[in-house]
Design a protein around this ligand. Structure first.
Ligand code: ADP
Ligand code: ZN
Length: 711
């Protein structure tokens, strides 16, 4: 029987990856053991590898059922680019082409065959199926089988015949969206036998989460695009018209953007989609109609021009960024006005679950207003708990300063009480600010005690403070009573028991945003050098893609290019270490990419620029392949001490280094104790001696790096 070691070799050989992602190897093991499996993994989580590895390592062919014709082509092209013989069968092929593929299946010339459900369940296909040597059935987008889900496909129901007719061939069902009901439905309807269910984390740590106030959106977007020069991105807009307006406004600024929505004619739509996939258009301004059926792995950012209607949509849409695992950004613009517009849309739809939709809207509003780690809130919504703050959202990167806002809260709450809970946010702010508006005088609100008591705070700042009070649960909006403000059970404690309220000043929120902006602007020289080479490689990738008629990201992912740009491999050995470089791509593209890299290094060297960091990365790549420090030292012709030096540095830079491999927990504990008893700056020698010279230097350095991180 196949083993995981074997699978790991194939992973490098065909896909160029050193390690499995969480759960991939367990799933593959289960498939090797002929167990039926249900796999829940987020988009970009790496579902395909779970059946592709069993397919290429075992005798026979794997049959993949996929509902989206456009994705089949993409997957097959990707496999072929990696040297895996694969094909697809669907209505887009003429009968001669279909015959050719069927012959290949019959003769065992392919390792993977993608079929549409219609084709698979057709009567004429069954005899062929019986004759072919099939090692696995993979049902992609398995939630399509459930009429509970949003993508129900009637043909999926017929897939039940697979387990009925081929009970000894294992089946893996895969999906990125399945609640409990749908999960049960998939298992039942496919007739899975004692299935194992794998549910991966839905966290997408490489996507940084950012929310900004929705003022001056266009200017903010221009700045954002400037910071993401040449990077593919999607801007989601609320209406068809706004996608067109925004795209043309961007084009006026000489930014490469196109609009996409369901109202365009099919030819235009598929052209936009195709151009985007091929990196021929950088930005698509789209309604939510855009994104399904696109596997483009190098979407680097997603902007939400407006608040999405719920967390599910938001998560799905930002998930289109960064499938390759490289750094990507999600940016959401948020204003209270947007909430009001969404509420109106929901009410006008007059659907029966209006209440549910409204409360879902409220959840995403809370997310946008949040002053704690956003990823915590996002994952929490999907029933996952993050132990610590993520460090990759705007709140984590720039935590807000709280101040004692008890008096401000008391003023606002008492105004609500004195206005008999009959006013909405705007009116309340006017009362607090002592406005002379006609309505206020007429209704006698100028006579209540809190009138004008918040005049020292601007209306704009009040809006933000009110949003915080609502998020803290101190006030509620009665959506069913023209959005008037109501007190809550928590309000009482603030009003009568002087419970303290922590708030964040608008000025601080603004300052945080300025700081964020400046951070992006100030790029180090080193990074700029990297960008230069990255751009050179990116152009090369595009030229190659154009010539061979496949999308650029199937030549190499952005993640691979980033690694090449950072570690600048110029030998075959070093090039093969890049993640995403398997045997076929090494042979096919190695020389041409390396010659560009050599040219670049030559130019830089003659210009007198030195390049740092490359040697550490090479060490890291070998470490990732599971090499020991001795072996790394040998391969690279450097001392073991230097290897440790690199590993400690990479660990300090937050690369995934398992330091427990080098220092035990008890050693770390001892080092920490000694360090805590000393005054900085710490001297290694001093620590070494304080530990009775019992713990070697390299361990102390790991321990120290650990200490700094924990602090
Ligand atoms: P999904 O189908 O779950 O959306 P994919 O199977 O398309 O995800 O994988 C997303 C991306 O991650 C692809 O570019 C894929 O090549 C890459 N990937 C998958 N497994 C690994 C791995 N073990 N190491 C590195 N990259 C991986
Ligand atoms: Zn965070």
């Amino acid at each position: 029987m196949m083993t995981v070691d074997f699978a790991k070799d194939a992973l490098k050989k065909y896909f160029g990856y050193d390690n499995f992602r969480p759960m991939q190897s367990e799933i593959i093991e289960a498939i090797y053991a002929k167990t039926d499996t249900l796999v829940l993994m987020p988009t970009g989580g790496g579902k395909s590898v779970c059946y592709q590895i069993p397919a290429v390592t075992q005798e026979g062919v794997c049959l993949v059922v996929s509902p989206l014709i456009s994705l089949m082509k993409d997957q097959v092209e990707g496999l072929r680019a990696n040297g895996v013989p694969a094909a697809y069968l669907n209505s887009s092929l003429n009968s001669a082409e279909q015959n050719a593929v069927e012959n290949d299946l019959f003769n065992g010339n392919i390792k993977l065959l993608y079929v549409s459900p219609e084709k698979l369940v057709s009567q004429s296909f069954l005899p062929l199926l019986k004759q072919a040597k099939i090692n696995l059935f993979a049902i992609d987008e398995a939630h399509c089988i459930s009429s509970w889900g949003h993508d129900f496909r009637p043909e999926y129901k017929k897939l039940r015949f697979l387990k009925e007719q081929f009970s000894d061939i294992p089946l893996v069902a895969l999906t990125a969206t399945a609640d409990k009901v749908t999960r049960r439905d998939i298992i039942q309807q496919l007739g899975l036998q004692n299935p194992r269910v794998f549910i991966a984390s839905f966290d997408r740590p490489n996507i940084s989460l950012n929310v900004r106030p929705g003022q001056k959106r266009f200017e903010q977007i221009l700045a954002f695009i400037q910071q993401h020069a040449n990077q593919a991105g999607i801007i989601y807009c609320l209406s068809r018209k706004s996608t067109e307006d925004l795209a043309s406004k961007l084009r006026e600024k000489r930014i490469d953007a196109a609009a996409y929505h369901a109202g365009l004619d099919p030819a235009t739509r598929s052209k936009v989609q195709e151009d985007f996939i091929k990196d021929d258009v950088q930005i698509v301004c789209a309604t939510i109609a855009f994104g399904m059926g696109i596997d483009k792995s190098n979407v680097r950012w997603v902007v939400h021009y407006n608040l999405p209607k719920n967390m599910e949509s938001y998560y799905q849409e930002i998930g289109r960024a960064g499938r390759d695992g490289a750094r990507s950004d999600a940016l959401l613009f948020y204003s209270f006005r947007d909430v009001m517009v969404m509420r109106e849309i929901i009410s006008n739809n007059q659907s029966e679950n209006e209440a549910v939709q409204l409360s879902k809207l409220e959840r995403i509003q809370q997310y946008a207003d949040s002053l704690i780690c956003r990823r915590k809130i996002l994952l929490n919504y999907f029933g996952e708990n993050l132990d610590s703050d993520c460090g990759n959202c705007d709140v984590c990167k720039n935590p807000p300063q709280h101040f004692d806002g008890t008096i401000i809260a008391q003023k606002a709450l008492s105004a609500v009480a004195r206005a008999k809970e009959k006013v909405g946010i705007r009116l309340l702010i006017d009362i607090l600010r002592g406005s002379q508006r006609k309505e206020i005088i007429e209704l006698g609100y100028d006579r209540i005690k809190t009138y004008g008591m918040g005049a020292d705070i601007s209306a704009y700042d009040w809006q933000h403070l009110m949003a915080q009070l609502i998020n803290l649960g101190l006030l509620e909006i009665a959506y069913d009573q023209r959005n008037v403000l109501k007190l809550t059970s928590l309000s009482r404690a603030v009003l009568f028991e002087s419970k303290k309220v922590q708030l964040v000043r608008m000025a601080d929120i603004k300052q945080r945003q300025e700081a964020e902006k400046n951070k992006v602007k100030k790029k180090s020289v080193k990074e700029r050098v990297r960008d230069e080479l990255f751009e050179i490689l990116r152009k090369l990738r595009r030229d190659i893609a154009q010539k061979s008629g496949i999308p650029p990201y199937l030549v190499f992912s952005d993640a691979s290019l980033e690694q090449m740009a950072a570690s600048r491999p110029v030998t075959e050995f070093d090039f093969s270490m890049i993640s995403g470089v398997g045997e076929k791509k090494l042979k096919q593209y190695g020389q041409i990419f390396m010659s560009k890299i050599k040219e670049f290094i030559g130019d830089k060297a003659s210009a007198g620029t030195t390049i740092q960091g490359a040697t550490q990365l090479q060490t890291l790549q070998l470490y990732n392949r599971g090499f020991s420090p001795e072996r790394i030292a040998m391969e690279r012709g450097i001392s073991e001490q230097t290897v440790y030096d690199h590993l400690v540095k990479m660990y300090a830079k937050d690369q995934k280094i398992d330091i427990k491999r080098f220092v035990s927990s008890s050693e770390i504990k001892r080092i920490m104790e000694v360090v805590a008893s000393l005054e900085p700056p710490y001297k290694l020698r001093q620590i070494y001696e304080a530990l009775n010279e019992e713990i070697p230097y390299y361990k102390i350095r790991f321990g120290l790096a650990y200490y700094y991180k924990k602090r």
